[in-house]
Design a protein around this ligand. Structure first.
Ligand code: URA
Length: 254
C-alpha cells in the first residue's frame, strides 16, 4: 500500500496553484523535500515528517479555504506575479490570504475571475473534462452575419484543432454587433480567435458568467466572496463531495 500524499497534491492544497501548475514548478526544480531538489513527478511525502519548500519557502497546509469572485478590469494581468511589474489580479485584491486565479482572462478582457487557494477544486474546474461553461459578451467590429453565427457555433479549426460547439446569441434585438458566446473550453484567446477566423475583430470582451455564477452588483475592480450556494454548486459540478472550507478572505488591513 502507498503511504503519504502526492507532493503535487500537498503543495496545491497549500494554495500555491493547481496541481498542473505545481507539476511545472517541480519540473523547473523549484521544489525541495528535506533540502533535496526533486524534479520527478509522482513523488509522495509524509506531511508530518517531510519538509517541503518552494523557492526556498516552507509549504504549510492552509487552515481555511477562500473562494473569491473578482470583476477583473481590462489592463490587469491574470497572474500571481509579473516579471515586468505590471498590476496583477492579486495586487488589486489586496488580501492576506494566498490565492491564485482559476484559469485566466487576457490582459484586455474584463469580467468574472475566480480566485482560490483550493487547489483540488481549481484543478477540476480547469480540467477540460469538466466542461465548465463560461459566457462572454463580445463587441464585434462589424455585424455578425447569421450564416457566420451558425458556422461558428458548430466549431472552427484553430491551430489545426477543431473547437467544440458553442452557443452564440445576439444580445440586442436591433444590433448584431453585440453577441453572447458560451464556451466550455479554455483555449488561448479562444473567443477572439474564433471570430477572427471569420474576419471579425473583437473590440471588447467581458466574461459575464462563470459556471453559472454572475457578477451581480460587482463593478470592475470589485470582488466578493462566493456564497455557500455558489460554492456547493461548484463542488457538485466537479464531483467533489462537499465544500469544507470557509468562503471568506482576510482583509489586508486586519
Ligand atoms: N477568450 C478570449 O479570447 N479571451 C479571454 O480572455 C477569454 C476567452
Amino acid at each position: 500500500m502507498q503511504t503519504g500524499i502526492r507532493l503535487n497534491k500537498f503543495i496545491a492544497e497549500s494554495g500555491l496553484g493547481s496541481r498542473r501548475t505545481v507539476d511545472e514548478m517541480i519540473g523547473e526544480g523549484r521544489v525541495d523535500i528535506n533540502g533535496i531538489t526533486v524534479k520527478t513527478l509522482g513523488v509522495r511525502i509524509d506531511p508530518e515528517k517531510d519538509k517541503v519548500t518552494v523557492d526556498g519557502e516552507t509549504v504549510r497546509k492552509p487552515t481555511r479555504k477562500v473562494y473569491i469572485l473578482l470583476n477583473k478590469p481590462k489592463g490587469i494581468i491574470t497572474s500571481v506575479s509579473d516579471e515586468k511589474n505590471r498590476t496583477t489580479v492579486i495586487d488589486i485584491l489586496n488580501i492576506k490570504d494566498r490565492v491564485f486565479p482559476v484559469g485566466r482572462l487576457d490582459y484586455d478582457t474584463s469580467g468574472l475571475l475566480l480566485l482560490t487557494n483550493d487547489g483540488e477544486l481549481a484543478n477540476l474546474l480547469m480540467h477540460p473534462s469538466g466542461e465548465i461553461r463560461k459566457t462572454y459578451h463580445a463587441k464585434l467590429s462589424k455585424p455578425l452575419e447569421e450564416k457566420h453565427r451558425i458556422r461558428l457555433s458548430e466549431g472552427v479549426f484553430l491551430e489545426g484543432k477543431r473547437t467544440a460547439e458553442c452557443e452564440i446569441t445576439y444580445l440586442k434585438k436591433n444590433s448584431r454587433l453585440d453577441v453572447l458566446v458560451t464556451i466550455h473550453e479554455g483555449r488561448n484567446r479562444q473567443v477572439r480567435k474564433i471570430f477572427e477566423s471569420y474576419g471579425y475583430f473583437v473590440r471588447e470582451l467581458e466574461r459575464t458568467s462563470y459556471a453559472g455564477i454572475e457578477a451581480g452588483n460587482l463593478k470592475p475592480g470589485e470582488w466578493r466572496m462566493l456564497d455557500k450556494t455558489e460554492l456547493e454548486t461548484l463542488y457538485k459540478m466537479t464531483g467533489l463531495s462537499a465544500g469544507t472550507g470557509e468562503t471568506g478572505a482576510k482583509e489586508n488591513s486586519e
